[in-house]
Design a protein around this ligand. Sequence first.
Ligand code: FES
Length: 188
Amino acid sequence: MANSVAEVMPTARSEHLAGAAAPGGQAFEALEPILRRYHRSPDSLIEILNQSQELYGHLSDDLLRHVAGSLELPLSRVHGTASFYHLFRFRPPARHSCVVCNGTACEVKGAAPLIEALEQELRIGLGACSADGWVSLGSVRCLGTCSAAPVVVIDGAVRKHQTVSSVLAAVRELDAEHGPEGEAEPQP
Ligand code: FES
């Protein structure tokens, strides 16, 4: 299994791997036209990382190595740049997303108990993703529908005037779909 991103922080070994082919034969062929468009220029690193993420969903260790090798940059520089910007993610996005608005109106109308109930139900903290990649729990500052507070967005669907019981029912419907074998694991 590939090392985690944390494990590819600059070391002599990881620097060496920067120019190596991706393990497992993954060629990242779809990235080739993008690399060519930017003339494999290190000055275009952020744009290339951004489009790499759009193509593959997240920046895996292998993908970071491939970009580093293609631009002839140290892996430490590529990893450091990717880590600096919040828009980049190193794990695949969750299959389901659950986002609670915690803007002022939603706070006043009870966003906090919703978050607490969801954290307990999903067994993850706010801002986290379940270890199996099934669901993420996030928050947002005001969705512009304050008259419908508190508001929760599940898989992109806006749910207005939510209560603890309604939001738990919605999440348990996801659970029914997911099945008992894939139950979300708590974060380490
Ligand atoms: S504060 Fe939640 S929608 Fe505006």
